[in-house]
Design a protein around this ligand. Structure first.
Ligand code: ADP
Ligand code: MG
Length: 386
């Protein structure tokens, strides 16, 4: 296996390793669509879904299956198998290892999800599966498995955009968004501000990162500090009750009157600052360093997100994606939302990081609008939301 590191559509710190010998990719060439065509906006018609929906997510290093109630409101089961321990050994995700593990576990994870929801395949009304963006091998595992299930059961199958899935997580909460909103999507591979007319589109990307994603900056900085992989959650833990003012971080993109982000500079600033310390960072100094870095990332994200809300004539902000699980981000966003009279929706932490409940919810909306296409769905690693 080759370990050449490069940016991929799902590049995540400290690095997704380039796929070199993916058997899955070569044997499924007809199913691979590399084009970056945007997601189709849903028509306004609504039919009905009268049975539970199965969701399947396998776009990167999490394999998940979930069952969503027929009314789209209740998650009946939500199984996530994370490969973190396997990849931590390499300091980043190895795609071939990820796909092989997905293949090995798909049946088991599906069975667990059905069992916990108290349903069988014959009780379902449809299947939603992540079709992109993501690692091609990982995507194909879930997609081809879902196609097989759909063929065997006759159920309608819908291919879901992973980012639409993250947006859909906000609709699993007690108080989902109503009408248009601005979404801050922050994950390991993506950071963007999106204007959402409604779930299903149209979507308009207001701004995005010019280099590293926010989660990537967390992970790369944590790796440099020797905190392991993935680092976001470790920094979150270490930063609790620490002094966020002790270490100075630059205000990245200061003076730039747009909605784009840049986290590569912040990550470099962290590395330079850590190296400049008279002694290796440990104990309280390490905790304060993590808190200072985290505060800089969070401030950067929230400053632009709230400005986008102000300028886009909506009083609603959704924050979603893995980094939305960050406690400092959640707390600061709440304070600011309260102060500025903005309705803030952040999914529960378990539905911020990759899961299949959000895929089922996004698929439910598409199935409600009559989407189907068992044989025509292809894996789209570079799929654009808008
Ligand atoms: P993907 O990028 O594959 O879509 P997720 O949406 O699950 O995956 O996001 C994973 C990213 O979220 C990782 O970069 C991880 O470090 C980050 N993350 C997860 N929990 C936290 C947290 N509590 N604080 C900061 N970052 C976090
Ligand atoms: Mg994700």
């Amino acid at each position: 296996m080759r370990f050449a590191q490069r940016r991929t559509p799902h590049a995540r710190a400290p690095g997704v390793y380039a796929e070199s010998t993916s058997v899955v990719t070569q044997t499924n060439k007809e199913a691979v669509c590399l084009s970056g065509e945007p997601l189709t906006t849903l028509p306004p018609v609504e039919t009905s879904v009268d049975k539970p929906i199965l969701g399947i997510e396998s776009s990167c290093d999490e394999l998940a299956c979930a069952v969503l109630s027929a009314d789209g409101c209740t998650v009946l089961s939500d199984e996530v198998h994370s490969q973190i321990e396997m990849h931590a050994h390499f300091g980043g995700i190895v795609p071939e290892v990820a796909s092989r593990d997905h293949v090995r576990r798909l049946t088991f994870v599906l069975e667990q999800a059905l069992k916990k929801a108290g349903v069988t395949l014959s009780d379902l009304g449809g299947i939603a599966v992540t079709a992109g963006p993501g690692l091609i091998g990982s995507l194909l595992c879930g997609l081809e498995f879902a196609k097989g299930l759909a063929l065997a059961t006759g159920l309608p199958l819908v291919g879901v955009h992973h980012h639409e899935g993250h947006l859909a997580a906000a609709f699993l909460s007690d108080k989902p968004p109503v009408g248009p909103f601005v979404a801050l999507l922050v994950s390991g591979g993506h950071t963007s501000l999106i204007h959402v007319e409604k779930l299903g589109g149209p979507y308009a990307v207001i701004g995005e990162t010019r280099d590293d994603a926010a989660g990537e900056a967390f992970d790369k900085t944590a790796k440099f500090l020797g905190l392991g992989y993935p680092g976001g959650i470790v920094i979150d833990r270490l930063a609790a009750d620490a002094d966020a003012d002790r270490f100075p971080f630059p205000d990245v993109m200061a003076g730039k009157n747009n909605f784009d982000f840049s986290f590569s500079g912040l990550k470099t600033a962290a590395i330079v600052l850590a190296r400049a310390q008279p002694a290796p960072l440990e104990g309280q100094a390490l905790r304060d360093f993590c808190a200072s870095f985290q505060a800089a990332v969070v401030e950067n994200l929230l400053k632009k997100a709230f400005r986008a809300v102000r300028l886009h004539d909506t009083k609603q902000l959704v924050i979603c994606g893995g980094v939305a699980a960050n406690r400092e981000l959640r707390t600061r966003a709440e304070t600011r939302a309260h102060r500025e009279g903005v309705r803030l929706i952040i999914p529960e932490k378990r539905w911020c990081t990759d899961n299949a409940a959000m895929i089922a919810r996004a698929g439910w909306t598409r199935l409600m609008c009559g989407a189907k296409g068992r044989d025509t769905i292809s894996a789209q690693p570079y799929w654009k939301l808008a």
